[in-house]
Design a protein around this ligand. Structure first.
Ligand code: DAS
Length: 332
């Protein structure tokens, strides 16, 4: 890849919808519709800033990210792999809703080679709202995607002037533009504004191949969110037919009522992969001695929704070795 600092960067923009492309119809309304602005219209608005980049837009979808899943992920994987193979493209920006941006970022980080910058970006307020953050976030994302410092950091998410690694990024607030997303356990790996970009720490994935194959077929893996006093009956009710795995969003460090634990131990002995994650936002779940006898996996720093993505990819490649699965969770 040519040194992108020596020429006008060419950035591939893949639009999927979300609030960044949303309109409320009034600057002060709370309700809005996501995915109202086409990528052509959006790039026309960006052109007014005279950014020293060439932006090539593709509309992948135009939906709220609550509706994004394997179909959109497959389309993004195909388009990003094509952009990575195209010598004329220096980086990729994906515009996306914020509700599931962390899952799309994490899945792409796991199934794409770390060859060119890939930046996921969204907005907390629609384009016509007072204090809309979308255009600033987008200009920041283009700056990151155009910077050689982004190489070797896998897929990153840019929101609120922060650069977060896909494995760390989480939406932690439903409102507000500066701190709706945070990184755990590594925090921000960079700070970016339309006029400056600063990286922290060193790259960790220099030109690595994709770590997991992805064809769009992922086995269903439910997440059992534990509440105090929850009945063990729910375990079997939440499982699909022929279940392969389950994520437990446990209390504290991945704990659960005794009766639920006992039922899951029975299912683990019958081959179900059980991952103990935590409902606590910044919840590290390390292995405990009983995990060996129970046959459980500890999610470590992954929240339940990211644990689900990783387990789905492991199950899709028919990984059944508990040690290999735990190693994957230890080093996502
Ligand atoms: N509209 C929701 C979504 O698409 C929220 C957002 O975009 O911020 O995720």
């Amino acid at each position: 890849m040519t040194d992108i600092s020596s020429k006008i960067p060419h950035i591939c923009v893949l639009a999927t919808g979300g609030t960044i492309a949303g309109m409320a119809g009034s600057a002060t309304r709370h309700e809005y519709l996501p995915g109202q602005i086409s990528i052509e219209d959006w790039l026309g608005r960006v052109a007014e800033f005279g950014l020293p980049v060439k932006l090539i837009g593709t509309q992948i979808a135009n939906i709220g990210s609550e509706d994004i899943g394997p179909d959109t992920w497959t389309a993004l994987q195909t388009s990003i792999n094509a952009a990575m193979a195209d010598e004329g493209i220096d980086g990729i920006v994906v515009t996306h809703g914020t509700d599931t941006a962390e899952e799309t970022a994490f899945l792409l980080d796991l199934v794409l080679p770390a060859r060119k910058p890939v930046v996921i970006v969204g907005a907390m307020r629609p384009a016509d709202a007072v204090g809309s953050d979308g255009m600033r976030n987008f200009v920041n994302a283009v700056r990151v995607a155009s910077d050689a410092g982004a190489l070797g950091r896998g897929v990153v998410l840019v929101m609120g002037d922060r650069v977060l690694a896909a494995r760390d990024a989480r939406k932690v607030r439903t409102r507000g533009t500066d701190d709706a997303f945070r990184g755990f356990p590594r925090g921000s790996i960079g700070l970016v504004t339309p006029s400056a970009l600063e990286w922290f720490g060193n790259p960790w994935r220099q030109d690595e191949p994709a770590r997991y194959a992805y064809s769009g077929d992922l086995p269903e893996v439910p997440i059992l969110y534990i509440g105090a006093g929850m009945s063990a009956d729910l375990v079997d009710r939440i499982l699909p037919n022929d279940p392969l795995g389950i994520i437990v969003a446990g209390v504290g460090e991945g704990n659960m009522p005794k009766a639920i634990r006992e039922r899951l131990v029975e299912l683990a002995k019958a081959g179900l992969i059980v991952v103990r994650a935590s409902r606590v936002d910044e919840g590290l779940v390390d292995r405990e001695p009983e995990d060996d006898s129970n046959g459980f996996i500890a999610a470590r720093a992954l929240n339940p929704q990211k644990s689900r993505i990783l387990l789905q990819l492991l199950l899709a490649k028919k990984e059944g070795d508990l040690n290999a699965i735990q190693t994957a969770f230890d080093n996502p």
